[in-house]
Design a binder for this molecule. Structure first.
Ligand code: UDP
Length: 328
């Protein structure tokens, strides 16, 4: 049985959808940002907070857990700058609590969601796992602290782990049942699509004076189901001892500017966006593009969704979203 902490959230719920095809799954989520309706019906759901030792311990005493996947975290960069306590408490202390219980109950396999934010402002155009880590905000720092904790837990307690550093997760499940649904929404693709659906007046572009071809920031967008598949491969490799203690970037290896994304959204939806140009958003690096060569070579990961398909699935989800919410 696999414990998925944060299985009601955006990336967690997509991973649960893949996991339940082959395994028994138990989801622990406090529903602070995740949604009950996003949890696959085949999974057992326990509402609770990972900072609550009793809840976590009860799960480990009641079920035979083979591995833990941990998606539960706060992940807004600007919020982390203004409220670092929240990030060190929920992300770092919460994970420490989970790991402590895992050690106590002799559960040795752990898959952790990290982020491209650990690289800060990278020097390289294409980032490898060996690139220098130097996070520039408490969110990125909180994730890097956990990565370091994992290294220490490995040498002291024999914990086996895989860390995935996500670049820009986007898109929605092909079933149209689940997709990206944050409140408040801060991510580019859902904001553009909400605008094109008439739910927002305009789309703001943060910064036009970056050192890029069109002056806007470049990001590497990766479909959430491709991320989920990476987790399945990582889990199998961990359980069957084909790898241990590895860190992998998850991205498509292609960079798209904010303007490219708006153009593609217009093309997919057949609608025209109203754009407002603003100054830079604090903490945004100009360019974040992943090399995912390592996971492709070591685990045979292949991505299925290019940018066009990412935006198509996101658009279908946005159109169906309200209907889904009513039906659930
Ligand atoms: N962005 C933008 N307008 C928005 C939201 C985002 O121009 O309303 C830009 C943002 O500055 C960044 C890119 O879009 O360069 C991707 O931002 P997002 O928040 O989606 O992901 P991040 O890269 O910050 O994790």
């Amino acid at each position: 049985m696999i414990l998925v902490v944060g299985g009601a959230g955006y990336i967690g719920s997509h991973c649960v959808k893949e996991l339940v095809k082959e395994r028994s799954v138990i989801v622990l989520d406090n529903l602070s940002t995740g949604h009950f309706w996003a949890i696959d019906e085949k999974a057992i759901f326990i509402e609770g907070d990972l900072r609550d030792e009793k809840v976590v311990e009860k799960i480990f005493l009641s079920y035979k857990i083979d591995a833990v996947m941990h998606f539960a975290a706060n992940s807004l960069v600007s919020e982390s700058v203004n409220n670092p306590i929240k990030y060190y408490e929920n992300n770092v202390a919460g994970t420490l609590n989970l790991l402590k219980q895992m050690v106590k109950h002799n559960i040795n396999n752990f898959i952790f969601s990290s982020t491209a934010a650990v690289y800060g402002i990278p020097k390289e155009n294409v980032i490898t796992e060996e690139s220098f880590t130097n996070p520039i905000n408490p969110y990125g720092k909180s994730k890097l602290m956990i990565e370091e904790m994992l290294r220490d837990f490995q040498s002291a307690y024999g914990l086996n782990y895989v860390v995935f550093r996500y670049f820009n997760a986007a898109g929605a499940h092909s079933s149209k049942e689940i997709g990206e649904d944050h409140e408040p929404e801060t991510h580019l693709i859902p904001l553009i699509l909400q605008h094109l659906l008439g739910k927002r007046e305009k789309i703001k572009v943060f910064g036009t004076d970056y050192d890029t071809l069109d002056g806007t920031c470049i990001r590497d967008y990766i479909h959430v189901t491709d991320i989920a598949i990476a987790h399945i491969l990582g889990l199998d490799a961990l359980l069957y001892k084909r790898i241990d203690n590895n860190i992998y970037n998850l991205g498509n290896g292609h960079g798209y500017s904010v303007k490219d994304i708006i153009d593609m959204c217009e093309r997919v939806t057949g609608k025209k966006a109203t754009i407002e140009y603003e100054s830079r958003r604090i903490g945004d690096p100009a360019r974040l593009i992943a090399s995912s060569k390592k996971i492709r070579e070591q685990l045979g990961w292949e991505t299925e969704y290019n940018l066009n398909k990412i935006i198509e699935t996101a658009w279908e989800w946005h159109i169906n979203k309200n209907l889904n919410k009513i039906l659930k």
